[in-house]
Design a protein around this ligand. Structure first.
Ligand code: GLN
Length: 567
């Protein structure tokens, strides 16, 4: 039945009100859709939930593909301030996305692309270009059906592109946000067209547990779910985030108010690690409930991968030793800004059965003398200077790197951290006292870090950095070569500045080794120091490619060295 409906909705003519651009070759019913909405409040971990459930289905041998919808009008996440929105996660193809895409890549161990991420800005940009091309045949262009039609087209394209068995759609924000309303409407239409048996709606909600009452309350959750139902969307599963495990009373209340069977009301209480969520969902049998709702029958092939995942979590949580790593940065108050680095440290920590504690260092306080460097770095076994933009805190970071170099504390410099290491070395080892980056000091007489030549032509801010996966050639006989075990690797970049080729010789003469570079052009991509247990910098973001069961080599060996260092 759904198929006929799809055929009749596919026409663009003015004759009727249906308008659904179906991509050529799309087979209705072949791909199932799991669609996740947030209610009550944002920040509940919809992405983690979606990734965890998708992981369980992937473990059963299904081909899953995630998508995130973001309501804002930015074209991508590249122009968003990480302080407000969390880190910008860069995909292999250079798309700058929301941090949830990082969760999907890590949980599912797959490489995503621009086809897995959709913002309101991109949708409207597409619709307006189509309008200018006259593709709407004289129709007035409307949110329904044209904008919603584009959203459905995006999903169906992805279904075909990835040959997906199940697409997981995370609708960003919260039900009730005006900017998400058309995404929600598009999902209602999708279920109408694809057939209810092919779509599973899930509402993620929050169960309050105010301290002054000492008991769980479901009213806010009920109101949130009712709001979703008022859009014509009846959830099949309700996932309840809560501080402690939800009580039976709560489960029953939610069930009765929302027409969802009690065994489809799933509790997800606070856990020590997000990587526990798949285990929790498995214990609740949520994966099998979703399969039966979608009428999917699969072979039971999950055991081996599930036990590897379980082992990863047990090693992470039951670590016998610990190290403390200092992270310097501008956004230290908001941990989401460094989500992928924190995850990479967990991956390395689990592999080495070591708990990694983080000590956050606000380097402006070192600059203005409010805090002393030695006090701040006491007890620390490793220092990371992560990526960043702008001048704030830079001088404090340079001091941290100097301290790490002189005291032989393991150092990992990522992107900006690579550049800071070059500046520090130029100033304190090569005697170039005024060495700086033209990003911070445009008129510096010793621009050891300078704008990439290709960036001189760029005049727009969005999507114009040197972005995405690129080849790094690694020099023989270096530490980088030993750690990667390969002469060519691919890592992801996001920068405008580089180590200035005019100064490389002077830096190298004094012992800085540029062990990784771009093929064919003098863009330095990895640096290291010889007489140091671990001093490495990478111009790329090594944190984007680390996976739970396959820790990124720089992080792994950085933590190994940190374990051997006694502060
Ligand atoms: N601001 C530096 C540049 O643009 C570093 C960028 C980063 O750390 N991502 O090159």
């Amino acid at each position: 039945m759904a198929n006929n409906l799809l055929e009749s909705t596919a026409s663009k003519s003015e004759e009727h009100e249906f308008y659904t651009p179906i991509p050529k070759g799309y087979k209705p019913g072949k791909t199932k859709y799991v669609i996740i909405f947030g209610t009550v409040m944002s920040g509940l971990g919809k992405g983690i939930f979606s990734a965890s459930l998708a992981k369980l289905l992937q473990m059963k041998g299904l081909n899953v593909a995630p998508v995130k919808f973001d309501g804002y009008l930015n074209y991508d996440a590249g122009t968003l301030n990480p302080y407000r929105h969390g880190e910008v996660f860069v995909l292999e193809d250079g798309t700058e996305t929301d941090m949830d895409l990082g969760n999907y890549e890590r949980f599912l161990n797959i490489t995503l692309s621009k086809d897995n991420y959709l913002t309101g800005g991109k949708i409207f940009s597409n619709v307006l270009s189509m309008e200018r091309r006259g593709e709407y045949l004289g129709r007035d262009v409307q949110i329904i059906p044209h904008v919603t039609g584009e959203i459905k087209k995006f999903l169906r394209n992805l279904a075909m592109l990835r040959n997906a068995d199940v697409i997981f759609v995370e609708v960003g924000g919260t039900v009730g946000d005006l900017e998400n309303a058309y995404f929600i409407e598009a999902m209602r239409e999708l279920a109408y067209e694809e057939g209810r048996e092919n779509v599973c709606f899930i509402a993620l909600t929050y169960i309050l547990e105010p301290k002054f009452l000492g008991e769980q309350k479901s009213k806010a959750a009920q109101l949130g779910i009712n709001k979703l139902i008022s859009f014509g969307i009846q959830p099949s599963i309700i996932a309840c985030r809560s501080h402690s495990p939800i009580t039976n009373k709560i489960r029953e209340k939610i069930s009765i108010y929302s027409n969802v069977k009690p065994n489809h009301v799933v509790g997800i209480h606070d856990c020590n690690s997000v990587y526990e969520i798949p285990l929790l969902l498995k214990a609740n049998n949520t994966d099998n409930e979703v399969l039966s709702l979608l009428g999917l029958k699969v072979k039971d092939g999950e055991k081996k991968e599930f036990s590897r995942w379980n082992e990863f979590v047990q090693n992470l949580l039951g670590a016998k030793s610990e190290v403390t790593i200092a992270m310097t940065g501008k956004y230290t108050e908001i941990r989401d800004s460094y989500a992928s680095i924190l995850n990479s440290l967990e991956h390395a920590g689990s592999a080495l059965k070591t708990k990694v504690n983080i000590k956050w260092i606000e380097t402006t306080e070192i600059e203005n003398g409010k805090k002393k460097l030695e006090d701040e770095l006491k007890g620390v076994s490793g220092i990371i200077v992560p990526g960043g933009f702008g001048k704030r805190g830079v001088e404090g970071k340079i001091k941290c790197v100097e301290y790490a170099r002189k005291n032989k504390i393991p150092y990992l410099g990522i992107c900006l951290g690579f550049q800071i290491a070059v500046i520090e070395f130029a100033r304190n080892v090569c005697g170039m006292k005024s060495a700086n980056s033209t990003e911070f000091e445009p008129k510096t007489p010793e621009p050891v870090i300078d704008i990439l030549p290709e960036q001189l032509k760029v005049d727009l801010l969005g999507g114009t950095m040197r972005l995405g996966g690129r080849i790094v050639e690694i020099k023989k006989g270096t530490k980088a070569r030993q750690l990667y075990g390969n002469e060519k690797i691919k890592e992801r970049f996001r920068h405008r500045y580089e180590a200035n080729p005019d100064y490389l010789k002077r830096l190298e003469e004094k012992g800085m080794v540029f062990s990784g570079k771009a093929p064919g052009v003098p863009i330095m991509q990895i640096l290291e120091l010889k007489d140091h247990p671990f001093f490495m910098g990478c111009q790329y973001h090594c944190e984007f490619t680390s996976r739970p069961l396959n820790p990124q080599p720089l992080f792994l060996n950085f933590i190994k060295s940190a374990k051997e260092f006694s502060p």
